[in-house]
Design a protein. Structure first.
Length: 366
């Protein structure tokens, strides 16, 4: 796995893998930034920190910082734009969008609306309608920008990153790169970030405002779906490729930091265009997942091992389906034979390990 102290984002971005040179965005002067996996790790750190206090007033204060982080992380807004947001008038909970510039101090700036994923919009709605939020915070404006930056730096340091990479401006920059790597058209990225330059968008005049909003909304929903993996489906980044005569070993990491290994043919590596830092979908069929008690040490040669908790069991005469929850965003389904005393005694809440071999993992592109 790459050193977390180093950013893995390229400084010259070609959203289509280098084939469409007309859309390469050079950011050589902007410096390093976090990649998608690191941003996700930082997000999880913020979420845990926001609720990790016995005092209600502290949790409330941290909740506002969390909302600020989420808006910068997913909309790429400037810190001053986010701090000017009135959560009750500028966030459209029905259409899952946030409007910047409608109530801020700047004049002469046209307000812009940025779509949120339905999941994020719903989460923010629940946060701002929590106990005491409306009475204590009509806006986020009473948050001191310097205080916010310090908290961002602290969370980045807690993740093992250079603190500067966790600053609001660095996260905004990382989001811009992430959007371009997501193959969004340039004018859509500019609209999201508030950079509507006529010179930069002249070659994209066929995009109407409605077109741009529709594309942005679709991307946000698609991206959100990746962050909560379907059972036995993992959105991964390739971290290493070991080539051999016939087959290659592919090492990957999921968004929440789990390692997955697969072995595929060299022809498949070429056909998929696999290189380090490329994002892929890894899947494994439920009957190929093995279970082992989590109470004992794992003494086996299986490459992929996930420790979790049994959250659901469906017993059949021949097979039993078990759902193992590894993390908030990752569940693994195993279909195993109902025969055997250990399986018959397995119950909800038991710790287990879900195991599957490298050769059982299938890769495909999104």
């Amino acid at each position: 796995m790459a050193d977390q102290k180093k950013s893995t984002q390229n400084q010259d971005i070609s959203p289509s893998g280098g084939k469409d040179h007309s859309r390469i965005i050079s950011i050589a002067r902007t410096g390093p930034c976090l990649d998608t996996a690191q941003l996700n790790q930082l997000e999880q750190c913020f979420r845990k920190w926001a609720t990790d206090s016995p005092r209600a007033d502290v949790r409330f204060s941290r909740c506002r910082i969390l909302i600020t982080f989420l808006l910068i992380r997913y909309t790429g807004a400037k810190l001053k734009e986010v701090l000017a947001v009135n959560p009750f008038t500028d966030i459209d909970v029905q259409n899952h969008a946030v409007t910047y510039g409608s109530s801020g101090p700047e004049t002469g700036v046209k307000p812009r609306t940025v779509h949120l994923s339905e999941a994020l919009g719903t989460e923010i709605q629940e946060l701002i309608h929590g106990p005491g939020f409306k009475e204590k915070a009509g806006r986020l404006t009473d948050l001191d920008p310097g205080f916010v930056r310090r908290k961002f730096y602290e969370r980045a340091a807690a993740c093992g990153f250079d603190k500067e990479l966790g600053g609001p401006e660095a996260i905004r920059r990382a989001r811009a790169i992430e959007l371009m790597q997501g193959n969004l058209p340039l004018p859509v990225v500019q609209q999201i970030l508030g950079h509507m330059s006529a010179s930069l968008t002249s070659s994209y005049v066929t995009f109407s405002e409605t077109d741009i909003q529709a594309v942005a909304k679709r991307f946000m929903e698609k991206e959100s779906g990746r962050r909560t993996s379907a059972r036995n489906t993992f959105f991964c980044k390739v971290t290493n490729i070991v080539n051999a005569d016939i087959q290659s070993l592919i090492e990957m990491i999921t968004l929440d930091g789990h390692s997955i290994i697969t072995v595929i043919t060299n022809d498949s590596v070429k056909r998929l265009g696999l290189v380090t830092d490329k994002w892929v979908i890894a899947e494994v069929k439920a009957p190929q997942v093995m279970l082992q008690s989590g109470d004992v040490s794992c003494a086996c040669s299986v490459e992929n091992r996930f420790k979790g908790i049994v959250t659901r069991i469906t017993r059949g005469k021949i097979n039993t389906e078990c759902i193992v929850t590894v993390s908030d965003s990752l569940q693994i389904c195993a279909v195993i034979s109902s025969a055997g005393s250990w399986i018959s005694g397995l119950k909800q809440g038991d710790p287990v390990r879900a195991l599957f071999t490298a050769v059982s993992v299938v890769l495909h592109l999104n």
